[in-house]
Every structure is written in C-alpha cells, then in structure tokens.
Design a binder for this molecule. Sequence first.
Ligand SMILES: *Cc1c(COP(=O)(O)O)cnc(C)c1O
Length: 414
Amino acid sequence: MYWEKFSHKKIKEIVFQALKNNLDYRTEDVLGLPATYLDPEVFYQDAPFLNDAPYMQTMVANPNHIGCHTLGEAEPAFLGTQAIERELIDLCASQIFSAEPESYDGYVASGGTEANIESLWVHRNLFIRKYEARLDEIGVVYSQDTHYSIPKGVNLLGLKSIILSVDDDNRSIQFEEMKLAVTNAKTQGVKYFILIMNMSTTMFGSVDDVNQAMEVMNALEAEYCIHVDGAYGGFIYPFTRTEISLTFQNPKVNSFSLDAHKLVQSPYGTGICLLRKGLIQYALTEEAQYVKGKDYTLVGSRSGANAIAVWMILRTYGSEGWKAKILKLIERTDRLCENLDERRIRYFRNPAMNIVTIKAEDVPDQLAKQFLLVPDTHEGEPQWFKIVVMEHVSQGKIDKFLLAWDDWKQSHSL
Ligand SMILES: *Cc1c(COP(=O)(O)O)cnc(C)c1O
C-alpha cells in the first residue's frame, strides 16, 4: 500500500488547476444548467482567504459531481474536479483494498448508508437480471451487530433479512447457527445471498471472520457474493492488519463501503462506494436522459467539493502519515485498555481497532452520561457503553474519565 504525500502548495496547484478545467459560471455562456456558484451575497468570491483554501474555493464554485466518473462518459462541465474524484476512488480501491488497475468503479456517496444501499441494489438487480430471481428468493445475511443501514436497505429493496447471532462476549458470528439460518432460508426458497461482512461494527469494532463465513456458504453450496461494510473501519483496519480475504483479491468480495466523515474527519457527505468493475451497470437508471453519461448512483446531484476534501486529507498525510496517525489512536486505545484492566472493568475490544465497549454494569450511568459514552440502546437498559478513541479523545480526557470512575468506586465501597 502506498500513496504519495503532497505539500499544501502542490495540493493547491492541483485543485486550482482542476477548477480551471471545470466550467466557470462567471465567465462562460451557460444558459441551460439549473446550477451555479454559491450565492455571492453570502459567499462572496473575492474573500481573500479563498486564495489559500482549495476546499473552500471548490465549495464556492459548487461543481456538481452527478453520476459516476470511473466509467468514462460524464457531465463535461466538471471534468477537472471529476478527475480528482477518480484519483480518490483509485487510491481507495487499489491501495487500501488491493484492487488491480481498472478493475473497479465507485463514487463519493452521501455516506455509508448510501454506499451500503447502492451495493444491495446492485446485487439485487444482478440476481434479478442474471438469474431471473424473484425478490423473495434474495436474502441478505448479516450479524446482529450490523449497522442499521443494512436492514434499512433490505426494507427499501424488498429483500429478506437473515440475521446471525453473535457471541455475547467476543461478538463473533456463531457459525453453527449460521449454518442453520442459511439452511433454513434455503428451505424457505431463498436461492441467492448477499453476505454482509463488517470491517468493524459500529458498536464494538468487531470484524467478521470472512473465511469462516465463506466456509459455511461454500459447504451449503449457496449462490452468494460479499459486500464489506467498511463504513466505520475501512480507513483503520487495513492499516493495522493485512487480511487478503477482506480485499478485492478475494474473488467473492464484490464491494466496499467507506465513510470518510468518521475517522478521516472530512465534511459530512463523504461516504465512498467501491464496486468490482462490471457491477455498477446494474444500478443504471436509463431514464437519466438529461445527464451526460447517465446515472449509476443512488443520490443524483452531489457536491464535487466533498471528493476534493477527502482527496486533500489523504494526500496531506500520504499512506505512511495516515498509518502513523492510526497507530497513534491504537496506542492510545491500548493504554485505555490497560487502565481498564487495572480496575477490572470488563469490556470488548478488537486490538486492531480504536473502539472500547464497556459492560454497562461496570460504569455508573451518571459517568456514562457525563462523558457521552454511547449506549448500545436508547430504549430500556443498555448492556454496553462505548468509547471511540479518535482525534478529540485526548489522553487528558481519558484520564479525567478514569479518575471520575475511581472517585465513584471509592465512594461506593465505603
Ligand atoms: C456509520 C456507519 C454506517 C452508515 O454511515 P452513515 O455515514 O451514517 O450513512 C454504515 N455502516 C457502519 C458499520 C457504520 O459505522
């Protein structure tokens, strides 16, 4: 895995050049596009700081990245910034997920939710067109710790859910039960399966064991393909572990979701959808006649500035800098876990991830509230509270939490 780190100067040059290669609503005769720059009364274009701020400059110019730009034909008005989006998709697919050159498509989606639904949509249509599957013959298999965007997509697309239970302590899929659940679905007429593998769940940071899951599916001779939900961990896990079966090198893996607006700290609206080449065609909307290149995405119009933001962040760090940043978070998480161990506070933690999920019994509610720990449920008694060690979760704040816990413990053992 390698991508080069660029200086601020170089980033500025590339983005400003890209904006020059886009259509400029100020100087060109544009009569037909129902789009333009941001309102100049409010977002005035001669604000001096814009000369040094490529992302803000792109926001003000307001390019629309409607459609998918890894396919060739696209809206000619925004070719400059579309090329940067293409480079971003390439970087994620080939460097982070080991895709061969030109073997993928993708786009910057509104978030992990959209990227997950796009992938379900693509696979649903693939099974319908390729095998003439009926809706009730298509099942989506996922663990109980899976993000709610998957059942949301299952509901929207009229598919069937096959939910796998996990071990209460180590959060791994119970594979014996998985056999039964899939067998059961087959006897009920499900013939095609979309297997969701979490490259970290949101609540626990647990990563599904793809090899064991594939063994179950293969043993049952199920027709299936895999979508990897990396919305939480896609920018973390590949930097802390090398796992070939969770990359495009695994022929069963067809797609990935990523969220740059979580750990990458980019603006909201920066999910990334990656699909193996040849699949996004199943999400083509033929009726998108007024869009040059048509539309293969779920969202429609979307801000080109979002792609610029993510690209700028990844280029500012380079792959080595990114890895160092992630390792720093992991070390801080290690230290937190040592401190929890000393206090015999029980928790789940995947050593490759920066989430620590503490048994609710071991943290008083008032502390959970004070430090905004996230409960596994807002209805009824929570079983778990999680701490996500990211940029703002400093050692000082962690120490403060631990001291508050010590105070509580002392006042309760008296
Ligand atoms: C956050 C998250 C999503 C959904 O992402 P949004 O950006 O909120 O749409 C999907 N899957 C996982 C694992 C997530 O952590």
